[in-house]
Design a protein around this ligand. Structure first.
Ligand code: MMA
Ligand code: CA
Length: 199
């Protein structure tokens, strides 16, 4: 006998996998409790008074939200606006900034500066570095020990992709840039590099 949890997961997976025969003839109806897309810009979208749902209705709302989000992600992915690896989504605005501005911009957008934790995530960031032909800063900084690097959260790096003989800054290069082949170099933090964030 399958658990109710399984049915829920299966239901969500079903919604995430199907992308046809949804037939919304007269515009896209809003998910209950949410307004639809505004006529003149997403900024005016807002959550209306949240109705009280019973469990079945709530489950339905969650499924619909899952479907809406996955379709939005599909559009963004198709247009090359986002890349994904595992649970992380990466994006750029195509602009350049120094390291600290990049950290700030990503935070303002509700994410953080791209920090590859494995080869797949490194490749997902590299996609933008190649597309814009610009190096990107990563969310990795020198620790109090010169030449030793940690993630911005302070965690030890369990994945690195240093270019041959890097890091070579001996304490004088506190930030890390990604080259156009995906390898890393320790570098001063004041360069103008492609802003790539993770969400
Ligand atoms: C530059 C600078 C360093 C890098 C070396 C590699 C000369 O310094 O980008 O960070 O390690 O080049 O030759
Ligand atoms: Ca270096």
């Amino acid at each position: 006998m399958l658990s109710p949890q399984f049915h829920k997961v299966f239901g969500v997976a079903f919604f995430l996998l199907t992308c046809y025969a949804q037939g919304n003839p007269a515009g896209i109806p809003p998910v209950p409790g949410f307004t639809g897309l505004p006529e003149d810009g997403i900024a005016e979208a807002f959550i209306s008074d949240f109705p009280s749902f019973d469990n079945n209705e709530m489950e339905d709302v969650i499924l619909q939200l899952g479907s809406r989000i996955s379709r939005l992600e599909g559009v963004l992915y198709l247009e090359g606006k986002i890349t994904a690896s595992g649970r992380k989504i990466f994006a750029t605005n195509g602009k350049t900034a120094d390291f600290y501005t990049t950290v700030q911009k990503c935070k303002q957008a509700g994410g953080c500066i791209a920090t590859p934790g494995n080869q797949g995530e490194n490749a997902a960031i590299l996609y933008f570095v190649k597309q814009f032909n610009k190096y990107a800063y990563l969310g990795i900084k020198q620790s109090v020990i010169p030449g030793k690097f940690r993630s911005l959260s302070g965690a030890e790096l369990n994945y690195t992709n240093w270019y041959l003989s890097e890091p070579s800054g001996k304490g004088k290069e506190e930030c890390v840039e990604m080259y156009t082949d995906g390898t890393w170099n320790d570098k001063k933090c004041n360069q103008n590099h492609l802003i790539v964030c993770q969400f």
